[in-house]
Design a protein around this ligand. Sequence first.
Ligand code: ADP
Ligand code: MG
Length: 264
Amino acid sequence: MSDNLIDIKGVRHAYQTETGPLPVLDGLEIAVPEGGFVAVVGPSGCGKSTLTKLIAGLMKPDLGEVWLHGELVKSPRATVGMAFQNPVLLEWRSILKNVMLPLEIVPTTMTKREQEERARKLLALVGLEGFEDKRPSELSGGMRQRASLCRSLVHKPEVLILDEPFGALDAFTREDLWQTMHALKAEEPFTGVLITHDLRESIFLADEVIVLSGRPARTQYVLDVNLKGARDIDHLYTAEAAEMLNVLRHQIEIAQGRAPADAA
Ligand SMILES: Nc1ncnc2c1ncn2[C@@H]1O[C@H](COP(=O)(O)OP(=O)(O)O)[C@@H](O)[C@H]1O
Ligand SMILES: [Mg+2]
């Protein structure tokens, strides 16, 4: 038994296409301890979204294993929360009712009253107090993404998977959301996997950044971010951060085949 909440071991996966198998992941190794937050970066199309589906149990790998909390993942998991680039909120429901949606699907021991209190608490945490009764179209893109984060956490998942959740937001809104993420994690501890193409975002939010190689993706490089816990935007302008961003940019160039791999 390992101490890791998420353990991805030797995962290989290919999609069957009309022109034959498309190998997407090959030799993926990722371990995330309980309460850890890992960012995954890599070239476009290398298999990052495929990875999120494997963790959530929406797909099974051809080879290798995905373990969550000591259990082999074989089917979809209610203990996983997910948020994507486009927060798909239902327009005919209020923001509060959108956030409460997973509680209608995932079994819960919370009473109706507790469910509503929890949703309201999460909305307040992300700065959406007073917007509970609005419809999604009445909110800005950043506010909708905040509501979507609340929805992905409302059923107290063990694991939160974020697939480029801030990719469509403007730079300032995105930075606000990063800080909200730290605030959320302090109040509502979870184990997280963040897929992103924003290297600043990866070092601002994660304890560890995993660089995937080009397709078929394997774990190419792991950066230990030496800034534990919450941090503020100023951290991104330090020499230490600049150095980490340099290393990551170089690794991405290797993954894209635009720079030769470093000598081992
Ligand atoms: N259901 C599918 N069937 C066939 N090919 C797919 C399917 N889903 C994704 N792919 C292909 O697999 C590769 C990896 O996809 P994806 O995991 O979405 O990459 P990323 O999220 O890193 O951009 C891409 O080339 C994509 O076109
Ligand atoms: Mg993707």
